[in-house]
Ligand binder design. Structure first.
Ligand SMILES: [Zn+2]
Length: 101
């Protein structure tokens, strides 16, 4: 099976010998409501829009320590039409309990 590693292209962990990247998407955080004007652009990978946004948000926004709502637009690279999504980010505290010997 080969090594279970992080793909350098799509950032997913997988067996690289059999890995195929999920379809690529273009994502923008539009600053003036017009993605052609200005904004922050990302490459995302996923089987559909929501999967791609989910993975992108985990990579980009997991370390935010306060809740935030914003808009991201996503499309198939170059030729697709933009779909708009409202994004809500909230980091949930994680607790671990290890009994001391
Ligand atoms: Zn990949």
């Amino acid at each position: 099976m080969g090594d279970f590693e992080k793909c350098q292209i799509c950032k997913e962990f997988d067996f690289l010998s059999t890995h195929k990247c999920a379809p690529e998407w273009e994502v923008v955080y539009p600053e003036n409501g017009d993605p052609e004007d200005s904004g922050t652009y990302y490459k995302a990978f996923g089987i559909d829009e929501e999967d791609a946004l989910d993975k992108l948000c985990h990579n980009e926004y997991s370390d935010w320590d306060y809740p935030e709502e914003f808009e991201l637009w996503i499309r198939k690279p170059v030729w697709g039409s933009w779909l708009k999504f409202d994004i809500y980010v909230q980091s949930v505290p994680e607790f671990r309990f290890t009994k001391k010997e």
